[in-house]
Each structure stands twice: as structure tokens, then as C-alpha cells.
Ligand binder design. Structure first.
Ligand code: NAD
Length: 485
């Protein structure tokens, strides 16, 4: 049987807000908003209206730039969101910090109860919220619902965690001494998210950060602001019904301005950033500059090593018109670098940002385009001769997010998982590279940033560890038996 190495390049398009969104003035002249049409009345179930405040800190507000959110399936405007100004950002950080003082004093299992209620709030709105993800981001409906389900699942996980987090009591070498590890919340967790997972990524961070005793400040992607607002409304309802400060889960909608402010802000005790490698590198350096903590979930470029040639092609439109241009440009570059389009390759003649899923063969494993995350549905198929070659091609790209092998060979499976196998954070066997269960730690190596979110011991990223030595004897012995004589 012929063997194939398929390097699947993830879909991506990054935009500047100003390029994409017309101002309120401009958008008023365009067709009416989808939210005003009876067909989209369900958006109102999520508390959305034509104009939505893009700031939440216990109160709803926002007086910055007004942006219009567009539906990628037809490029029609859905509704508008007013983003945060820098003054509103400042006020929100202060309120969020203040809210921490109360939240950190609440016992972890009681915090878990609040997270449980957030999960229940999401369950009640799962269909509407999943539909909004599909409408605003462009992924298919079942994936939109699946994203909300991930947030629900991670809430359940975090509830259990709220009775389990803790450190060990270690044997002390000194008599009458105890050596313990104490875990405390870091404080304010800033969460910056990407357009392609507008619910789940915040959910992974939010549920764990809250359970660990932190407060959150969220800035979602500027092209999915309605989803950020709708999620925050569900979370805010739970906090307010429990007479807790809403600023425990704050939100400031915005673009690079708010994101940069968060990266530079010493009051943001942990910055969790999900996005492209280029922006993540800048953000990481800004946080490092102030010796802050960061959790980076950056670009991927995933390989699947397989013997079969089946592809699943059920998917929605690209997120923006710019992504369509990026798709065409990537195909052109692939052709220039020796590739042949054997399937797809064209923009579909219909409204919205639909393109054909594309397969390209004939490229060298080290061609520039194969090593680039284009974030569009193009699959490069490369033939390999040996297992070593396939593993090497998997590992030679800068990104290290996800990887997969399809094989029944037991030895090959364990070599794939072992020290000379895949160097990615996610290493799968006989399942594709997409999707991950919340019980495991999610994240990638190398240019994907090294962060871990969601399950396993990822909670440790949201806490600081103190090593505590307690002397309950009448003496004062030194470690290593040192005596000053
Ligand atoms: N590793 C993962 O788990 C994961 C998950 C989802 C997406 N991604 C990656 O995200 C990318 C797609 O998302 P995108 O196009 O929204 O990414 P992006 O890097 O353009 O934007 C991500 C976020 O960063 C903000 N931002 C932009 N400039 C900033 C700055 N100077 N300072 C601070 N924040 C800034 C954006 O407003 C947005 O909220 C892809 O590269 C994809 O692989 C990675």
C-alpha cells in the first residue's frame, strides 16, 4: 500500500480592524442588520440587540469605536458593538482587581459552585450560542454547539477540581519541621482570544482561573465581538444572581490597543494569549519585559501521517474576505514552488466567503509554503519513503501544536509517542489532529508557545506555588546539617 504524509496547514487569516469594519456612519448606509430580521430573532434570546455595549465590569458600557460584526456566509452585517476606550479599560482593571479581594476569600468548593452555575447557564443557551458562533465565526453549526459544550465540560471539570487542588506535604530532613507546598491564585488573569474559537478558549481559561481563585478580564477577537458579549451576559447573570461583583469576570472589547495594554499591564498577573505566532511573539516579549506570567497558545501547522486517502470536507465559509485572498495567494505560491492542485483550488460562485477545499501534491517537504500556517483549507500531500523521514518532516516545521499517525503497527505507535517521535504538544494515533478532549492538557511546543490549558495539571498555570518550611521544634537546625561553630 502506498504511504502518504499529509501536512495539513491550518486555516488562518489575520486582519486589522480598520481594514475590515466600516464605521457606524458607513454601516448605517448598508443593508439592515440581520438581528432586525425575524429569521434571526433568536439572537435576542442571548440578550443581543442592534447596538451592544462592549464593556462589562459589573456595569455594561463602552464608548469607544463602534464596530459592525459580519456574517461570513453572506457578508451581511449582524449587529454592532461599541468597544472599550482606554479610560474604560483602566476603570475595568481597577474594578476587577477590587473584585479579587472578595473572590479570593471564598473557599474553593464554593467558587466551584459558581462555576457549576455558569456551566448550567451555558447549557440553557447552548443552541442559540452555538448558532451565534456559526453565524459570526463561520464554522458549521455542530462545531459551534461543540464549542459551547467544551465550556460546559470544562466547568464540570473545574467543579471537581475545586475540591482537589492542593500541594504535597514533603518529608523534611530536619526534626520537628514540616515541608509543604501551598498553591495560591495569581490574581487577575487576562484572556486574549482568537476568532476561530470565540467561546471554548475563554471557557478553558475562565473555568479554571475562577476555581483557582482568580478574576478574569477578557478581550475577544474584534471580528467575533457578539459572541464575547453573549457569553459574558450568561456569566454576568450567574454572578449577579449570587450577589457577587460582576467584575469577577470582566470584558473589554477591542483590538490591538486593548491587547497591548493588557500585555504591558503589571496588574495583569497572568496573560493567557491565543492567536497567531507573530502577534503572540510580540505579546510574549511585552509580558516578559515586566517579568509577568504568560500562557501562549499560538499558530499550528499540523501533520497527519496516514496510509489512507480519505478526507472530511464538511466545513463552513472562511471568516473574512481577506482570508479568501489569503487562500488564493497560498495556492499561487504553492504552484510557483512546484505544487499541483489535484482537487479544489477555486473560490465558490455564491454569496459569502466560500472556497473549495484544496489538495496540492508535488511540493518538496521543505518548500516555504509547507512551512507556513496559512489558516485556509489547503492540504499538502507529500510522499515519504521511510518512517524516519515522515517523523522528521513532521518535526521540521517551526510550529508544534498537533500531529497524528494512522497505523496498526504497535512498534511504530510507540516510536511516534517516544523521544524520537512527534515533538508536538498533541500527539494522536488513528484520529485526526483536530479536536481535543478537555480532560487532557491542551497546547503546543516551539513556535506554538508552550502553554497548556484545560485538563490534567494545567490548573497550576493559574496559581503560584509557595514552598513552606514550618519549624515546630524548640531548635533552629539549618538545612544540609550546617552548623555555625
Ligand atoms: N494554539 C491554539 O490553541 C490556537 C487556538 C486558536 C487559534 N490559534 C491561532 O490563532 C490564529 C488565528 O486567530 P487570529 O487571526 O484571531 O489571531 P491574531 O493573532 O490576529 O489575534 C489574536 C488576538 O490577539 C489580539 N491582538 C492583535 N494584535 C495584538 C497586540 N499587538 N497585542 C495584543 N493583542 C493583540 C487580537 O485582537 C485577537 O484578540 C492562528 O494562528 C491560529 O493557529 C491557536
Amino acid at each position: 500500500m502506498q504511504r502518504w504524509l499529509n501536512l495539513t496547514i491550518a486555516r488562518h487569516s489575520r486582519l486589522l480592524l480598520k481594514n475590515k469594519f466600516p464605521s457606524l456612519h458607513q454601516s448605517a448606509a448598508m443593508s439592515s442588520l440581520l438581528i432586525s430580521q425575524p429569521k434571526y430573532a433568536w439572537l435576542k434570546e442571548l440578550g443581543l440587540s442592534e447596538d451592544n455595549p462592549g464593556v462589562y465590569n459589573g456595569n455594561w458600557g463602552g464608548s469607544g469605536e463602534v464596530i459592525t460584526s459580519y456574517c461570513p456566509a453572506n457578508n451581511e452585517p449582524i449587529a454592532r458593538v461599541t468597544q472599550a476606550t482606554m479610560v474604560e479599560y483602566e476603570e475595568t482593571v481597577q474594578k476587577t482587581k477590587e473584585a479579587w479581594k472578595m473572590w479570593a476569600d471564598i473557599p474553593a468548593p464554593k467558587r466551584g459552585e459558581i462555576v457549576r452555575q455558569i456551566g448550567d447557564g451555558l447549557r440553557k443557551k447552548i443552541k442559540a450560542l452555538g448558532s451565534l458562533v456559526s453565524l459570526e465565526m463561520g464554522k458549521i453549526y455542530v462545531e459551534g454547539v461543540g464549542e459551547v459544550q467544551e465550556y460546559v465540560d470544562v466547568c464540570d471539570y473545574a467543579v471537581g477540581l475545586s475540591r482537589m487542588i492542593g500541594g504535597p506535604v514533603l518529608p523534611s530532613e530536619r526534626p520537628g519541621h514540616a515541608l509543604i507546598e501551598q498553591w495560591n491564585p495569581v490574581g487577575l488573569v487576562g484572556v486574549i482570544t482568537a476568532f476561530n474559537f470565540p467561546v471554548a478558549v475563554y471557557g478553558w481559561n475562565n473555568a479554571l482561573a475562577l476555581t483557582c481563585g482568580n478574576v478574569c478580564l477578557w478581550k475577544g477577537a474584534p471580528t467575533t465581538p457578539l459572541t464575547s458579549v453573549a457569553v459574558t451576559k450568561i456569566v454576568a447573570d450567574v454572578l449577579e444572581q449570587n450577589n457577587l461583583p460582576g467584575a469577577i469576570c470582566s470584558m473589554t472589547c477591542g483590538g490591538a490597543d486593548i491587547g497591548t495594554a493588557m500585555a504591558k499591564d503589571e496588574r495583569v498577573d497572568l496573560l493567557s494569549f491565543t492567536g497567531s505566532t507573530n502577534v503572540g511573539k510580540m505579546v510574549g516579549m511585552m509580558v516578559q519585559e515586566r517579568f509577568g506570567r504568560k500562557l501562549l497558545e499560538l499558530g499550528g501547522n499540523n501533520a497527519i501521517i496516514r496510509v489512507a486517502k480519505a478526507y472530511n470536507t464538511l466545513y463552513g465559509p472562511l471568516h473574512t474576505k481577506q482570508a479568501v485572498e489569503q487562500y488564493l495567494s497560498a495556492i499561487e505560491k504553492a504552484k510557483q514552488q512546484g505544487g499541483t492542485v489535484v482537487c479544489g483550488g477555486k473560490v465558490m460562485d455564491r454569496p459569502g466567503n466560500y472556497v473549495e477545499p484544496t489538495i496540492i501534491t508535488g511540493l518538496a517537504h521543505d518548500s516555504a509554503i509547507v512551512h507556513t500556517e496559512t489558516f485556509v483549507p489547503i492540504l499538502y500531500v507529500l510522499k515519504f519513503k521511510t518512517e524516519e523521514e515522515a517523523f522528521a518532516w513532521n518535526n521540521e516545521v517551526k510550529q508544534g501544536l498537533s500531529s497524528s499517525i494512522f497505523t496498526k503497527d504497535l512498534g511504530r505507535i510507540f516510536r511516534w509517542l517516544g523521544p524520537k517521535g512527534s515533538d508536538c504538544g498533541i500527539v494522536n494515533v488513528n484520529i485526526p489532529t483536530s479536536g481535543a478532549e478537555i480532560g487532557g492538557a491542551f497546547g503546543g511546543e516551539k513556535h506554538t508557545g508552550g502553554g497548556r490549558e484545560s485538563g490534567s495539571d494545567s490548573w497550576k498555570q493559574y496559581m503560584r506555588r509557595s514552598t513552606c518550611t514550618i519549624n515546630y521544634s524548640k531548635d533552629l537546625p539549618l538545612a544540609q546539617g550546617i552548623k555555625f561553630e
